[in-house]
Ligand binder design. Sequence first.
Ligand SMILES: C[S@@+](CC[C@H](N)C(=O)[O-])C[C@H]1O[C@@H](n2cnc3c(N)ncnc32)[C@H](O)[C@@H]1O
Length: 193
Amino acid sequence: VSKRATQWFEDLFTTNPDPWGFDSTWYEQRKRALLGACLPRQQYGRAFEPGCAFGHLTEVLASRCDTLLAGDGAPSAVERARARIAALPDDVKAGVSVEVLDLPDDWPAGPFDLIVVSELGYFFDPDDFEGLLDLMLGSLAPGGDLLAVHYRLNPDDAQTGDQVHAAVRRRDGLERLVEHVEAEFLLDVWRRP
Ligand SMILES: C[S@@+](CC[C@H](N)C(=O)[O-])C[C@H]1O[C@@H](n2cnc3c(N)ncnc32)[C@H](O)[C@@H]1O
């Protein structure tokens, strides 16, 4: 499923340089600010951001994590994310790496103190997302946080944002620290005790 999906994104980026309005919309700007404010810890050790696209969120996370691995299945997105990170001050970009990672196959070895899944889960159908969730929870360190944020009004994707968050809520062994509900998106933070 993932190889086909990532080619679809690569094609999308060649025809539309900013398909979700990361640079142009208040929705995306505000969501990034909210996400940073909702991270319970000021500083994290080792973090993973799957599906980083052009690195807008990577930039927010960079100053909050000692080491941060961001990945995307689309090589052109990774190139753009690397350029965005390269423009940051040395002390902020230290410890940040951006790699081509086609999920779920290339899920990196943990443990991670923070995993941020932003606008990614609904591209996986419910069964495949359960597999991705196994990988996330399997690589989350004890005391680590999982943040998920997903747009809710997306009937054409493999599942809705609400389904994605409901799937995480069904999992045992996570403590929910943040529950943010809006008409347009959900943002939750869970901690592995
Ligand atoms: C809507 S963007 C989200 C970007 C970023 N997480 C944010 O919220 O600002 C989704 C990104 O996930 C990537 N993606 C989708 N399916 C993927 C997969 N199976 N493996 C790796 N990346 C994937 C796409 O290439 C795209 O860049």
